[in-house]
Ligand binder design. Structure first.
Ligand code: RM4
Ligand code: MN
Ligand code: MN
Length: 430
């Protein structure tokens, strides 16, 4: 299905909004000049920001209870790429796509790669899946995968990861992300130290097979599906593992994988300091791994995370190069709209973090002035930088109002006709 919203259509919609945008941009520019900030430089930063989209976020997600399918959902990886193109065309910050294997297993990797390339997209991180059994799979992951007590199950799980690497090379990907659901539901079920040892031994094999120039990301998670103990449960364990593995192994922080109220920006700072921050799965949550739209629940936390990231960027911390990815599940919204909005929230936090007067903040920190230190962060956080975001999109050929243009395009309605609902009635959080 062609995305009939070509550049001309976007331009036409933009013309309706350009005058007001220019007015707002100019006004903000004057305000920022007073603060010694150049709006053009900030707009360049906004335009340079990149975040990858998860292929699994394009379909409607589900919970443990049900999945309510949305109209025109992509039925295969090619249709997911079509939807990624829509997101990319309108917001311009999302050329990268993360794939999940075997959900996105293509018959012809070369064809898939060309399909994405023709749309200006590329494949970013590969994601393995050993948290589910697949049809015709020899051994079950019911009691774990990379850390399973049975070496044959571990072997199968390692092989699957190696297969992801081989496929990723054909697709031009550049990193591999491993998240496992391994753990136990009851005290005593799993020997805590032995399970981690077995996990490390398995990941070591994957690490050794890592293609030239690739990075390996391991993703910790507090709980779920294991409800008592999870093998890779927190950033400390993750840090220990990536150190054991070697210099191309890094910890990945999924915002939803921590206990409520955990200070995630501190975890980010620690991993930066120790040279092991690999990247992010951005999303937001109220209670657990809710996979809600980024910035929808705790926008200040998102800002504080970006405050650490921008601080590290500006301090030119060696080898600091985190991969930004979204990992969300859209249950009640149109996934395309959620992804576009979420990408925008990340750029917003990124730009706002550039507004922090770091020299002044350092002075307040040195002088133990807690009140003014907080104020220098808040001052940046409350600045409405939307005109910068919109101008960056506009100049890059995207939409001033992505959701507005998308809705008026009727893309979803056309998709609903072109992609009649499949019989697949999936349940579960995936
Ligand atoms: C997990 C984790 C992984 C994602 C799966 C679908 O909770 O966040 O990154 O691949 O969900
Ligand atoms: Mn994740
Ligand atoms: Mn998750």
């Amino acid at each position: 299905m062609a995305f009939e919203l070509d550049g001309e259509r976007i331009a036409e919609e933009n013309r309706k909004r350009l005058k007001w945008l220019e007015e707002d941009f100019e006004h903000l520019g004057r305000q920022l000049t007073r603060r010694g900030v150049d709006i053009e430089r900030l707009t360049e930063r906004a335009a340079a920001f990149r975040v990858s989209v998860p292929s699994w976020g394009l379909g409607t997600g589900g919970t443990r209870f049900a999945r309510f399918a949305g109209p025109g959902e992509p039925r295969n990886v090619f249709e997911k790429i079509e939807d990624c193109e829509v997101v990319f065309k309108l917001v311009r910050t999302t050329p990268g796509v993360s794939l999940h294997i075997p959900w996105d297993q293509p018959e012809s990797p070369a064809e898939l790669r060309a399909f994405a390339q023709a749309r200006g997209l590329f494949f970013d991180s590969m994601n393995s899946n050993t948290f589910q059994d697949q049809p015709r799979q020899a051994l079950s992951y019911k009691f774990g995968s990379l850390s399973h007590t049975d070496p044959a199950v571990r072997r199968q799980a390692v092989e699957h990861n190696l297969e992801c690497l081989r496929l990723g090379v054909k697709l031009g990907a550049r990193s591999h992300t491993v998240w496992i659901g391994d753990g136990g539901n009851f005290p005593g079920q799993v020997h805590l130290r032995k399970a981690l040892e077995r996990y490390l031994e398995s990941v070591r094999e994957i690490y050794r097979a890592l293609p030239e120039g690739w990075r390996l990301f391991i993703e910790h998670k507090l709980f779920e599906p294991a409800f008592y103990s999870t093998v890779l449960n927190d950033w400390g364990t993750s840090y220990h593992c990536v150190r054991e593995l070697g210099e191309r192994a890094f910890s990945l922080v999924d915002l939803g994988h921590h206990a409520p109220n955990v200070n995630i920006e501190m975890i980010v700072a620690r991993l930066i300091q120790f040279g092991k921050l690999g990247g992010f799965h951005f999303n937001d949550s109220k209670y657990g791994d809710d996979d809600l739209d980024s910035g929808s629940i705790k926008p200040f936390q998102l800002f504080l995370i970006f405050n650490e990231l921008v601080d590290a960027e500006q301090a030119r911390i060696p080898a600091f190069d985190p991969a930004y990815m979204l990992d969300q599940s859209h249950n009640v919204t149109d996934p395309i709209e959620s992804l576009m909005t979420s990408a925008g929230e990340l750029v917003r936090a990124y730009v706002q973090a550039h507004l922090v007067d770091r020299a002044r903040l350092a002075e307040h920190q040195e002088g133990n002035d807690a009140l003014l230190a907080l104020q220098s962060l808040k001052h940046a956080f409350i600045t409405d930088v939307e005109p910068i975001l919109a101008m960056a999109r506009y100049r890059a050929g995207g939409a001033i109002d992505p959701v507005g243009v998308y809705r008026s395009s009727g893309y979803r309605q056309r998709a609903a006709q072109a992609r009649p609902a499949s019989a697949r009635l999936g349940a579960g959080i995936v």
